[in-house]
Design a protein around this ligand. Structure first.
Ligand code: F3S
Length: 387
């Protein structure tokens, strides 16, 4: 693997031990995956931020590092909303350890915006090279924006943030971004909601594993694409997909799909993912809500009162920029929390059954929170929470 002279010096330890170790990690990754060189990145998004998932071992490793991020870097959601953890019912012992994890990242120059939707806050453009680690963010960056990132592990993304580069292999290269399989979606409805796209992704991820799907027969908007990609990354390992006429690389018509395997998906395969089991709480915002999703939730909750705990998750910056909308939601008794989500917060473990509007949450909540999980549209979520 070729290293530029300044990279050779870093590898020799001239910029300090932490950067030496971080570059060693990137070079090792590059060699495993056949990278010929490193590539500069525009930003990093670092997972491994919730104390629930990294524990004491991860905290000790972070605390041992001594360097600063040289590109914009954001954290993945943590186990609690930083400003409202008491209100959410987080135990002080957990809050104290979570605070220590955040402090360790802050010392490394990582922006404490804890979100899986960094693209709402930091400009990310077609063709940008990134080192992002949260699977739904990776999917959105590659597929919806046309940026380029592999699905980094937390340490790899952090190393890239500190060095400013990542090994150039996999989805950073044109040749690896072609579709592998065609997904022909049969439907007699034009107006699919976000939850149905999440369910489609939930189903498709199981069918395609880590292949790159090329969809026919759907015309999702960006929030629907977000739901579709997040779910495929959860039940499969899809880091990039294309939708004919919709996603940027498919719009360029540069793919030949005539030789690819075709999988047809019938409406009843999606219908059967939706159930009507009783639930104890409702949680939406997986991935974190966009401004448009917050507006939609506010419209549905306006003038109503929730009778079940209703959690809405979004990035702090999105909440701040949409405070009037958030006020409408919270007047109903629902709570809009930043920094965390239904999967990484320990608070959700108190509910035996949880309703979500996300295919990704449907995949993760059962194992991560030990809850029976039901998926429904946002209209159904509001109906269940307010009836
Ligand atoms: Fe984001 Fe948590 Fe879902 S990190 S994608 S809201 S599981």
């Amino acid at each position: 693997m070729y290293l530029a002279p300044d990279e050779e010096k870093m590898l020799a330890g001239e910029n300090g031990e932490t950067l030496q170790k971080m570059l060693e990690l990137l070079v090792a990754l590059g060699k495993v995956f056949g990278a010929e060189r490193l590539v500069r990145i525009r930003s990093a998004q670092v997972s491994g931020a919730s104390y629930k998932t990294i524990g004491e071992y991860g905290l000790a490793w972070l605390s041992s590092l001594d360097a600063r991020a040289v590109v914009p870097a954001v954290l993945n959601p943590i186990g609690m909303p930083r400003g409202r953890w008491k209100e959410m019912g987080i135990e002080p012992v957990f809050a104290e350890r979570q605070q220590a994890v955040i402090g360790a990242y802050e010392r490394l120059g990582v922006n404490l915006e804890c979100t899986c939707t960094p693209y709402y806050l930091h400009e990310t453009s077609f063709g940008d090279h990134l080192a992002w680690s949260e699977s739904s963010a990776v999917s959105y960056a590659n597929s919806v924006i046309g940026a380029r990132t592999n699905r980094e592990g937390g340490p790899g993304a952090l190393a890239a943030a500190l060095v400013g580069k990542t090994p150039c292999y996999g989805l950073h290269l044109d040749k690896n971004r072609n579709p592998d399989v065609v997904i022909e979606v049969k439907s007699d409805e034009n107006d699919w909601g976000i939850a149905r796209y999440g369910a489609l992704g939930y189903h498709t991820g199981k069918l395609v594993g880590n292949k790159i799907p090329y969809f026919l027969g759907i015309t999702p908007d960006n929030d629907q694409l977000k739901a579709l990609g997040a779910a495929m990354a959860a039940t499969g390992a899809v880091a990039l997909y294309h939708v004919k006429g919709v996603t940027p690389e498919a719009r360029k018509n540069r793919f030949t799909i005539s030789d690819l395997e075709i999988i047809s998906i019938e409406p009843d395969e999606i219908d059967q993912i939706f159930t009507d089991i009783p639930v104890d709480a409702v949680a939406v915002g997986c991935p974190h809500c966009s401004p448009a999703e917050l507006i939609d939730i506010a419209r549905l909750l306006k003038g109503k009162t929730v009778t079940k705990p209703f959690y809405v998750f979004a990035a702090q910056g999105v909440i701040y920029n949409n405070s009037m909308t958030v006020n409408v939601i919270e007047r109903s008794g629902a709570r809009v929390y930043a920094d965390t989500c239904m999967v990484v917060s320990p608070v959700m473990e108190q509910y035996p059954a949880i309703m979500v509007n996300s295919g990704k949450a449907l995949a993760y909540v059962p194992d991560m929170c030990g809850a029976v999980t039901r998926v429904g549209s946002i209209e159904e979520c509001v109906e269940v929470a307010t009836s």
